[in-house]
Design a protein around this ligand. Structure first.
Ligand SMILES: Nc1nc2c(ncn2[C@@H]2O[C@H](COP(=O)(O)OP(=O)(O)OP(=O)(O)O)[C@@H](O)[C@H]2O)c(=O)[nH]1
Length: 200
């Protein structure tokens, strides 16, 4: 059976939030990333946090922190690469990824993605019913990591495009009662997440 490890993508600049770590902002009594850990941990093997800078700020969460290995802030794909290298180093076959700023991710994320194939990305319909990809939520085969490394070295930053070009299938999730991939980018989103957390 395939062994899977998981990472929570928490790098990036959080510029729409005014900088700092979105992942550590308090939401319903704990850091936002705490909600993601609580939902993801039962779904996969060992977890790590993908983040840059001083790892000590994540110490209370008790998970290893993986810095990006691509210079600058090239986006979440660099975090996926660091996660794939970490998973490969521990003999895992696959990597489950989730974003730290989506505190209501599906409880059946891993099962649904794994049921679709060895490389799968999540999607959900927008308000017009069109399926939108959420490429930070995926199940990635470890053996694609050298191809991803080359793509990043060549300047590729578009997660969804790269994944679809490498055989990823998409898995559609329901948005009732709300979109489980709702993500917190701004202070207004954080306020909305508080009201959503009170209802979950
Ligand atoms: N490891 C890693 N994660 C990233 C990087 N950029 C974004 N992420 C993560 O990917 C997810 C989506 O990021 P965005 O909201 O698009 O970008 P952001 O930098 O967090 O926020 P903005 O600056 O407001 O766009 C979040 O969970 C981020 O923490 C990166 O360069 N490295």
């Amino acid at each position: 059976m395939a062994e899977t490890r998981g990472i929570i993508l928490a790098g990036g600049l959080s510029s729409r939030m005014g900088g700092g770590d979105k992942a550590l902002l308090p939401l319903a009594g704990r850091p936002m990333i705490g909600h993601v850990i609580a939902r993801l941990a039962p779904q996969t093997g060992p977890l790590a946090i993908s983040a840059n800078g001083d790892p000590a700020r994540f110490l209370p969460l008790g998970l290893p922190v993986l810095p990006d290995t691509v210079p600058g802030f090239p986006g979440p794909l660099a975090g996926v690469l660091a996660g794939l290298d970490w998973a490969a180093g521990h003999g895992a076959d696959q990597l489950l990824t989730a974003a730290a700023d989506s505190p209501f991710l599906p409880h059946d994320l891993a099962a649904r993605l794994a049921g679709a194939g060895r490389f799968a990305l999540a999607a959900s319909p927008d308000q017009t019913g069109v399926q939108r990809l959420h490429p930070t939520f995926g199940l990635w085969p470890v053996d694609l990591r050298e191809a991803l490394r080359r793509a990043l070295a060549g300047g590729s930053r578009r997660v969804a495009r790269w994944a679809l070009d490498h055989g990823a299938v998409t898995v559609a999730f329901a948005t009732v009662p709300f979109d489980p991939f709702f993500n917190v980018n701004t202070p207004a989103d954080l306020a909305l997440a508080e009201t959503m957390a009170a209802r979950t």
